[in-house]
Design a protein around this ligand. Structure first.
Ligand SMILES: NC(=O)c1ccc[n+]([C@@H]2O[C@H](COP(=O)([O-])OP(=O)(O)OC[C@H]3O[C@@H](n4cnc5c(N)ncnc54)[C@H](O)[C@@H]3O)[C@@H](O)[C@H]2O)c1
Length: 355
């Protein structure tokens, strides 16, 4: 089983059947374990609870509403209530089993109960394996927006069981490939080579290169967050494609999958890099080709206007004052910051992804 260390603090284990090592990574002192899972994945939630029970610990089953409906203050409060009723102590532990919504929620509840109890993340989507469950960012949404409330809280272990991807719908697997390809663009060109060699396999859970792609993408994220847990420039490179991508998600009211929006956002960032004279046109073409080859979109053809998209970009986390700030590329694996690009450049990049 591959174990990827995150700054010597915890390991991300990647293998078919990785879930079976859960008993070994649960903290010794944990007598009770809150198992958080989506009610759409009850079978898996129960199986994890059985694994916990087999170690002599008491599992508390905590099914939560599916997808983004899990990431609310009301659901977090329900979980806190369960922990309160069970007299959950600081040495007890949380296991979050699911997509990024469940790992974000479970991580957040673990971060906040008694100011922090251990959490083991068991991501079940590609996106959660390579992104959401690694790095210690946790959070919930509020009526005002996504991920506005949260905490940094690193897991004690992350178990990426590749067998769990078998049931993931292809659209979700493909959306997750956007974050894998992002890791390729910002840091690891071998990822791009692997996908270019077998794009069909990259869009299937049983594709030959899937384990290596996941491991490489996790290593990219692990290397960045090991050096920089909180949000400063190093971690900011992980937001490649996310400024325009988040804008699409907002104007489309989150009907687009995150990875699909990020795919178009990466093409936007690549076009911006080219227009700023930083990136060769063939690298922009490579973005479009490789993203298209796995079935990701590379253009925005929705109804929102350029003005709407600009307003949405203005709300982005990376904006300082009125100036927009982007992660762009000078070459594959050479990300740089582009601060306050001119209106003409922004509009030209928009034209390039909508034309
Ligand atoms: N904390 C971070 O650093 C970070 C990073 C990226 C994204 N996120 C968050 O992650 C969330 C998105 O995560 P997601 O894309 O995994 O979505 P998700 O958690 O909503 O899962 C997508 C759907 O797939 C289903 N599903 C999950 N695993 C499955 C499996 N193995 N088989 C069949 N169905 C399965 C879920 O029930 C759900 O309906 C967002 O809320 C986003 O904010 C967090």
């Amino acid at each position: 089983m591959t174990a990827i260390a995150v700054g010597g603090r915890y390991a991300v284990r990647v293998a078919p059947g990785a879930l079976s090592v859960l008993p070994d990574v649960l903290p010794d002192g944990a007598e009770q374990v809150l198992v958080v899972y989506s009610e759409a994945m009850t079978g898996l939630g129960r199986a994890v609870a059985d694994l916990v029970a087999a170690t002599g610990r008491r599992p508390l089953l905590a099914p939560v509403p599916d997808a983004e409906s899990a990431k609310t203050a009301a659901v977090a409060a329900d979980l806190w209530a369960r922990m309160g009723e069970a007299a959950f102590t600081r040495t007890d532990a949380v296991v979050a089993v699911g997509g990024g919504t469940v790992t974000d929620l479970g991580g957040f509840v673990a971060a906040t109960w008694l100011r922090g109890v251990p959490v083991v993340q068991v991501p079940t989507t590609l996106l959660a394996m390579v992104d959401a469950a690694v790095g210690g960012k946790t959070g919930i949404n509020t009526a005002e927006g996504k991920n506005l409330v949260g905490a940094f809280h690193e897991p004690v272990a992350v178990l990426c069981d590749l067998d769990l991807l078998a049931s993931l719908p292809t659209v979700d697997l493909v959306a997750g490939q956007a974050e894998v390809l992002k890791a390729g663009f910002i840091a690891d060109p071998v990822i791009l080579d692997l996908v270019e060699t077998d794009p069909v396999g990259a869009a299937r859970a049983d594709g030959a290169a899937i384990p290596e792609l996941i491991e490489r993408a996790i290593r990219v994220k692990a290397d960045v967050v090991a050096a920089d847990l909180r949000e400063s420039f190093l971690r900011e490179v992980l937001n490649y494609g996310h400024t325009f991508g988040h804008a699409i998600e907002q104007v489309e009211h989150y009907r687009w999958r995150h990875g699909e929006a990020v795919a178009v956002g990466m093409v936007y960032a690549a076009e911006l890099s080219r227009l700023a004279g930083l990136l060769a046109p063939e690298v922009v073409r490579r973005h479009r080709d490789v993203l298209t080859s796995v079935g990701l979109p590379t253009a925005y053809r929705g109804s929102a206007s350029w003005a709407d998209l600009q307003t949405a970009m203005g709300r982005d986390k990376k904006t300082r004052g009125a100036r927009l700030r982007f992660v762009v590329l000078e070459a594959i694996a050479r990300p740089v910051r582009l601060e306050g690009p001119g209106e003409d450049l922004l509009a030209a990049a928009h034209a390039a992804v909508t034309g």
